[in-house]
Design a protein around this ligand. Structure first.
Ligand code: IPM
Ligand code: MN
Length: 353
C-alpha cells in the first residue's frame, strides 16, 4: 500500500482559489509520479467563511485542520473590510486565530533569486546573484497578540502590547538553529534591542541557546539596519530569525529580491500539522481574472511535501517551476503571456510521469 496523506484545502479569498487549484493539480501529478496518495478536503476561511458562517475561522475548519496531515492555504482578505474601521469581524482575524489555535509558532519564508527573473527585480543584477535566505518569523506572539490592547472609552487613545516570554523565544529559535545546520550555518537575529525590552530578552535567550549549536554562527542586527542591508548586501543573510512584526515587514521587503511577491512560498509549523501558503495576499484586483502568478502557491505545495517527507516529489516541483521560469512560461507579472491555468498546465506537462 502506498502512503496516503490527507490535505485540508483552505482557498480563502481573492486569488486564493485560482492559485490553489493549480497547486492541487500539481500535487496530484507529483503524487502519481512518485507513488503516494493525496486526499483533499475543502474548508472555509477568511471573508469567504464570514459570508457563510459569520466567523472567519469556523469550528468545522478548525476540526478539519486538526484531523489533516497538512493544510494548503490560499489567501485571506477582502477590500470591503479594509476601509471599514468599525467592522466587528475581519477576515485576517481568521488567519491569526488559526495560527494560535494550531500552535503554528514558526513561519519559514525562503527567499532566493532566479537569474531568469532578474529583469523583474528593481535591484541591480549584481546584487541578486547567489541570494538565498530563509526568514524564521515568530508567528504567535509579540505585538500581534500581546495584552492589553484596545481603545480607551473616550476613543482618543489606542494601545497594543508587545509581549514575549522565554519559552516562546526558545522554541522558534531552535527551529532557526536547526535549519541553519542544514544550510550555511549562520543565524542573524534581527531586533531592536537598543530600544525594546522584549528585544533584550530575545538577545539574552538566543545567546544562551546558541551554546547548544556551536557549529552555527550567530550575529545580531537592529531591524532598521537589517532593512537597509537586505537591499545593500542581500547575500549576507542565511537564516534570519526575528519576532512577529519585524518578520512580517522584512519578508515583504525581501520579496522584491526575486522580483515578485508571486514567487514567495511559506510554511507555518509548530504542532503536528503544518500550514503552507504563498506570502502574497488576496490581490482582489486580479481575482477571477486568471492572471495571478501561481508559483508562490505551487512552491508552498512543494514545502508541504518536504514537510511530509516526500523530498523527491518536492524537488521535482521546484525544478518544474525553474523550467517554466527559464522558458518564459510565466504570467504577466513576470513579463510572460500565460494565464494562471496555463502556467499550471505547463507545470503538469513538465512533471507528467
Ligand atoms: C502575512 C500577512 C498577515 C500577517 C495578515 C494577513 C494578518 O500579512 O501572513 O504576512 O500580518 O501576518
Ligand atoms: Mn505580511
Amino acid at each position: 500500500m502506498s502512503k496516503t496523506y490527507s490535505i485540508a484545502v483552505l482557498p480563502g479569498d481573492g486569488i486564493g482559489p485560482e492559485v490553489t487549484i493549480q497547486s492541487i493539480q500539481v500535487l496530484l501529478t507529483a503524487a502519481e509520479k512518485f507513488g503516494f496518495q493525496l486526499t483533499f478536503t475543502e474548508g472555509l476561511v477568511g471573508a469567504a467563511a464570514i459570508d457563510v458562517t459569520g466567523n472567519p475561522y469556523p469550528q468545522e475548519t478548525a476540526k478539519l485542520c486538526k484531523e489533516s496531515d497538512a493544510i494548503l492555504f490560499g489567501a485571506i482578505g477582502h477590500p470591503k473590510y479594509d476601509n471599514d474601521p468599525n467592522a466587528k469581524v475581519r477576515p485576517e482575524q481568521g488567519l491569526l486565530a488559526m495560527r494560535r489555535d494550531l500552535g503554528l509558532f514558526a513561519n519559514l519564508r525562503p527567499v532566493k533569486t532566479w537569474p531568469a527573473l532578474y529583469h523583474a527585480s528593481p535591484l541591480k543584477n549584481e546584487l541578486l546573484d547567489g541570494v538565498d535566505m530563509v526568514f524564521v518569523r515568530e508567528l504567535t506572539g509579540g505585538i500581534y497578540f500581546g495584552e492589553p490592547r484596545g481603545r480607551t472609552e473616550n476613543g482618543f487613545k489606542a494601545f497594543d502590547s508587545c509581549v514575549y516570554d522565554k519559552n516562546e523565544i526558545e522554541r522558534v529559535s531552535k527551529v532557526a538553529f536547526e535549519l541553519a545546520q542544514k544550510r550555511r550555518k549562520k543565524v542573524t537575529m534581527v531586533d531592536k534591542a537598543n530600544v525594546l525590552a522584549t528585544s533584550r530578552l530575545w538577545r539574552e535567550t538566543v545567546t544562551e541557546l546558541a551554546k547548544s549549536y556551536p557549529d552555527v554562527e550567530l550575529d545580531f542586527m537592529f531591524v532598521d539596519n537589517a532593512a537597509m542591508q537586505l537591499i545593500r548586501n542581500p547575500r549576507f543573510f542565511d537564516v534570519v530569525l526575528t519576532e512577529n512584526m519585524f518578520g512580517d515587514i522584512l519578508s515583504d521587503e525581501a520579496s522584491m529580491l526575486p522580483g515578485s511577491m508571486g514567487m514567495l512560498p511559506s510554511a507555518s509549523i509548530g504542532s503536528k500539522v503544518g500550514l503552507f501558503e504563498p506570502i502574497h495576499g488576496s490581490y482582489p484586483q486580479a481575482a477571477g481574472k486568471n492572471i495571478a502568478n501561481p508559483f508562490a502557491s505551487v512552491l508552498s505545495a512543494a514545502m508541504l511535501l518536504t514537510q511530509l517527507g516526500e523530498l523527491e516529489a518536492a524537488s521535482a516541483i521546484e525544478q518544474a517551476v525553474e523550467t517554466c521560469l527559464a522558458e518564459g512560461l510565466v504570467t504577466e507579472d513576470l513579463g510572460g503571456k500565460l494565464s494562471t491555468a496555463e502556467v499550471g498546465n505547463e507545470l503538469i506537462k513538465i512533471l507528467k510521469p
